[in-house]
Write a protein that binds this ligand. Structure first.
Ligand SMILES: [Zn+2]
Length: 506
């Protein structure tokens, strides 16, 4: 059909622009097929290419993409580089054969090529919908991995990949921990790994510093770090990856573009990742008690010292790209809610726990059955009916404080005032790389930061958010001179917060 949509590409991913091509070259059974593009959608953020005549047979589309290289290799994501089959302003819902194949004939000896489907260069194929194709990472170059050789990766269905010898030891050494977590999480969620059901983590060294730590896709994850990483504890990296791994399983179904209650499910998806990502390393014997408590308390600090802790989920959703304080809210209040729910289920039904509900949602997702919010609320109603009201309170912004014995009888929750998280200037400065909106009465100004300073480097915000020990280190440029500033990104004001500790035996 003339005017038929052939392929489309989102022009941005949050604040990041993708590779928006001007022209694509296409041909079909009749020869060259002219494609014309148009940016559509209310935000004009979908580039859609349509044909000027009826297509005949198989359509082949070519393009050249130039992702930036790092450490001698290339990493990218299908979302950023590949126009994919499209129909009438959205990604096609048909079933496809999806094949990834590499031509390494002109690459240096030793070049490896990996995607979430596995290691090439030979073709690796999946059949199904396109929903897993956009968040699929690709990596090619002098790849190192755990397990170290591709045959072992194949056998374990788990791979952890990075480039070069200069990757930090604390990053490169995480393979055995992550592999162990993957095997044990697969058991917990009753989802045995297989050749077509593996999991792969890709590491990317990136500069300049940004606030992002990574991005999750279907059965793969990209960890992005930069030279601010040495300020992060090895355990911080470990828990970040553990959180991301949980995302393979419990997900509430929703319309990602919807804004009603049933669609705002970040509290569940991120809350379960924070809850299980923090609890499972300890439960599986891969982290000690101190590490476990520190991690749980970091999440509570991030929640209770967030200046936006009382906003509703709807407002958090609307403001999530304006400020990471809003984006972080569902994660942390979801975590607090799951602490409450787990304790309530264990109290009301002997021998059960939150695991039963979360595994049920994961199983429903795997079987392709309904697994949205109404289903989850029904499950809660059956085992812990009082928690339905707590859920509604949470969504409207009411502060959630877990019962003191939420982590079991060995631990207790105690009240502890803590300083509010506050950079001392507008958060947009981190993205624009220019300090604006400097507060009058704040440690940032007291440390010598001035309006208009250019930011060359900074500590990740998410490292500061959950830690009262973390200083903000910035390398700034002012009048062609570079200067380094370190200050505590906390306001002079305290709020009520809560922390877990080991129960004191008297
Ligand atoms: Zn997450």
């Amino acid at each position: 059909m003339a005017g038929q949509c052939i392929v489309g590409l989102y022009t941005n991913h949050g604040p990041i622009a993708t590779q928006c091509y001007d022209d694509l070259i296409a041909e079909d059974g009749s020869g060259p097929l002219k494609l014309t593009w148009q940016d559509i959608g209310t935000k004009k953020n979908i580039r859609q290419w349509c044909a000027d005549r009826d297509s005949v047979g198989e359509i082949v589309v070519h393009w050249e993409s130039l992702p930036s290289s790092n450490q001698g290799g290339i990493q990218s994501c299908i979302f950023s580089i590949a126009p994919v089959p499209w129909s009438q302003s959205e990604i096609s819902t048909e079933t496809y054969r999806k094949i990834i194949q590499w031509n390494l004939s002109e690459s240096r000896p030793g070049t490896r090529a990996v995607s979430a489907y596995g290691e090439g260069p030979q073709p690796l194929e999946r059949t199904g919908s396109l929903k897993d194709i956009l968040p699929l990472f690709l990596m090619v170059g002098p790849i190192r991995s755990y397990p170290p050789v591709s045959d072992l990766v194949k056998a374990s269905h788990f791979g952890y990949y990075w480039f070069g010898d200069d990757t930090l030891e604390r990053v490169a050494s995480l393979g055995p921990f992550l592999s162990g977590m993957f095997q044990k999480m697969s058991d917990l969620f009753h989802d045995p790994p297989s050749e077509t059901n593996g999991y792969r983590i890709f590491v990317r060294c990136a500069t300049p510093a940004q606030a992002h730590g990574g991005a999750a896709g279907e059965r793969n994850f990209l960890l992005e770090y930069n030279d601010a990483l040495p300020t992060m504890s090895p355990e911080g990296v470990m828990y970040l990856l553990s959180h991301e791994m949980v995302h393979n399983w419990p997900i509430l179904d929703s319309n990602p573009f919807g804004t009603d209650l049933n669609d705002l499910v970040a509290w569940f998806n991120e809350g379960t990742a924070d809850f299980y990502g923090s609890a499972l390393p300890y439960r599986f014997g891969l982290a000690n008690k101190t590490s476990y408590l520190n991690q749980m308390n970091a999440i509570l600090t991030a929640y209770y010292t967030n200046p936006l802790r009382d906003i509703s989920d709807k407002e958090a959703h609307e403001r999530k790209f304006e400020t990471s304080n809003a984006m972080d809210i569902p994660y942390k209040r979801g975590f607090a809610f799951f602490c409450c729910l787990d304790r309530e289920i264990r109290r009301t039904v002997q021998g059960t726990s939150l695991d039963n509900l979360i595994v049920e949602i994961s199983q429903r997702k795997m079987r392709g059955e309904p697994h949205g919010l109404p289903i989850f609320l029904d499950l809660i109603k059956d085992v812990a009916p009082d928690m339905v009201q707590v859920f509604h309170d949470m969504q409207s912004g009411k502060l959630i404080v877990p019962p003191s014995d939420s982590l079991g009888s060995d631990f207790e929750l105690v009240a502890e005032p803590q300083e509010v998280f506050d950079l001392g200037f507008t958060e947009g400065s981190i993205t624009s790389r220019i300090i604006t909106g400097l507060s009058d009465d704040h440690r940032a100004r007291d440390a010598g930061i001035m309006e208009g300073d250019e930011i060359l480097k900074n500590t990740f915000l998410w490292q500061c958010r959950g830690s009262l020990d973390q200083q903000m280190r910035m390398k700034l440029k002012r009048d062609d001179k570079e200067l380094e500033v370190t200050y505590w990104p906390r306001s002079y004001k305290k709020v009520q917060s809560w922390q877990f500790r080991e129960k004191l035996v008297v």
